[in-house]
Design a protein around this ligand. Structure first.
Ligand code: SF4
Length: 227
């Protein structure tokens, strides 16, 4: 039998190993083919065009291309990170590097395909040397994110890391460990802060952090009526 023929089985084994690693004790299977009306699609397309042409802040100078975000225009679940890194800047897509691959696994462990959620960032252009976006850059860029959220109207937002969380939950003090694990609200949308996947990678051997992320995702799934 060829190696290619063994691939589905290998993928399944890898996925199950990941579930064990992050402390997942079940796999969700959201119903397929059920989504909200997609009358907001053109709105998202217009925002995308604006982002691709945008030169509002200095991050435009160092980018290869802007990274508007991607996913289902009627997604019930949306993830927001900090900003594009090197791989994202080169490909023009969010979360495609190592951290992105981990996020994709988390999304799969929740029972979704990446194309069924929407993934975006606080800033749409890569900060030099992957530094944290500055306040002025975030202030100039987040109207695009707010417009995307208004077009998509997700049922739950997940913020990945402190920078993304600060935009939605500016009154929350302390580190991610104390902020995560409960819902906040932004414009009527429940917001669940959790650790950024790159933090998980930097603390690869720490099962407690993986478990906290999975606990957060279980709360998200419960809010979505999947648990
Ligand atoms: S980071 Fe945002 S505001 Fe700055 S140039 Fe890129 S799209 Fe425009």
């Amino acid at each position: 039998m060829s190696g290619e023929a063994d691939r589905p089985r290998k993928d399944l084994e890898e996925r199950l190993k990941f579930f064990r690693d992050i402390g997942a004790d079940f796999v969700f299977k959201p119903e397929r083919g059920i989504s909200k009306a997609t009358t907001d699609g053109p709105g998202l397309d217009a925002i995308r065009e604006q982002v691709l042409d945008c030169r509002k802040c200095r991050l435009a100078e160092g980018r290869t291309q802007a990274v508007p975000g991607e996913g289902d225009p009627a997604a019930e679940l949306m993830f927001v990170g900090e900003g594009p890194g090197r791989d994202e800047d080169l490909q023009g897509r969010p979360f495609v590097g190592r951290a992105g691959q981990l996020l994709t696994k988390i999304i799969a462990a929740m029972g979704y395909d990446r194309s069924q959620v929407f993934i975006a960032n606080i800033v749409k252009c890569r900060p030099p040397d992957n530094r944290v976006p500055q306040r002025e850059e975030a202030e100039l860029c987040t109207p695009y994110l707010a417009a995307q959220i208004a077009a998509i109207r997700p049922k739950v937002l997940v913020t990945l890391g402190k920078v993304a969380t600060d935009f939605f939950v500016p009154h929350a003090f302390g580190g991610m460990t104390s902020i995560r694990g409960r819902f906040y609200e932004w414009n009527g949308i429940p917001v669940m802060p959790t650790f950024h996947p790159s933090y998980l990678i930097r603390n690869e051997g720490n099962r407690e952090i993986k478990k906290m992320v999975w606990d957060d995702m279980k709360l998200v799934l419960a809010r979505l009526g999947k648990a």
